[in-house]
Every structure is written in C-alpha cells, then in structure tokens.
Design a protein around this ligand. Sequence first.
Ligand SMILES: *[C@@H]1O[C@H](CO)[C@@H](O)[C@H](O)[C@H]1NC(C)=O
Length: 147
Amino acid sequence: MLLLITLTAFLVSCVVAAKPPQDPVDRTCQLIKDYHCDFFNPDPRCGTDGVTYSNMCQFSKAHCQVRELHVAHDGHCMTSGLGPGTLPGGQAVYDFFCKNLEHQQCGTDQEIVCGSDDVTYTNLCLFEKARCGNNSLTVASYLACPN
Ligand SMILES: *[C@@H]1O[C@H](CO)[C@@H](O)[C@H](O)[C@H]1NC(C)=O
C-alpha cells in the first residue's frame, strides 16, 4: 500500500516536471530553439561578449545558452567602446519573440491553458500572444479556468 502511494506520488511529480517551464525566458527559449535563423533578415546586434550576431534570432539563441549575454548596441561590434549592455538580453529575446509571433497563425491545437487573467486559452501559442500584450500574465494551470 505504502509502495503504491509512493509510486503514485512519483508519477505525479514526473507529470508536473514534464510541463513547460514557468519562467518566461525559459519557455520563450524552448520555442526559439526551433527557429531557423537563416529565414530572418540580417539585422546585426553587438553582444556584450563582443560578438556580432547577424540577427535577433542568432542573438536569442546565444542568450538562451548564456543568460549573462546582453545587447551592447545595434549593428556590428566595433573594436572599441563596448561598455555595459544597453538592452538586457532577456528583454531583447522576448521583444524579438513577440514581434515574430505577431505574424504567426496559432492554429487550432488543443493544449488548454488557464491564464492568471482567468481566460482559458485553446493553446500555448494563443496564451503567448496574450502574454506579449500583458507582461504580468502567467499560467495559472494547464486546465480550463474554473468559472
Ligand atoms: C494582465 O494580467 C493580469 C493577470 O496576471 C490581470 O490581472 C490584468 O487585468 C491584465 N491586464 C490587462 C490590461 O489585461
């Protein structure tokens, strides 16, 4: 009996762990990882690591690997005058993600999300679109909202 309870608790914790991460940047990074950066127009950004990224897609992928990476300035890196980051990397990634999402159709996939605004979203894409317009929106649960 005890074994059964333990096993059930273990299985439940696995299911919870398999849900998409709550941290906004983590979730955004999960989606950005599938982007093909070659499809994005050149739009160089200089990173605080002194590397020129050919567009925000490339920068975003790099930031997702190294969270201390920020945007030093627009355009190519120059040999001098790096200075501190002018735009926090997480913010830059999120702005890029939202701008890109504007042009995307969310489709009709059923992947119910209840937002902290008490709105039931049919899928995570629709939820993300809403969150791009309201930073304070979070996932309340992966069920329909109670009315
Ligand atoms: C933003 O989301 C919060 C819930 O996280 C909600 O209370 C608030 O009303 C929303 N604001 C707008 C403008 O929709």
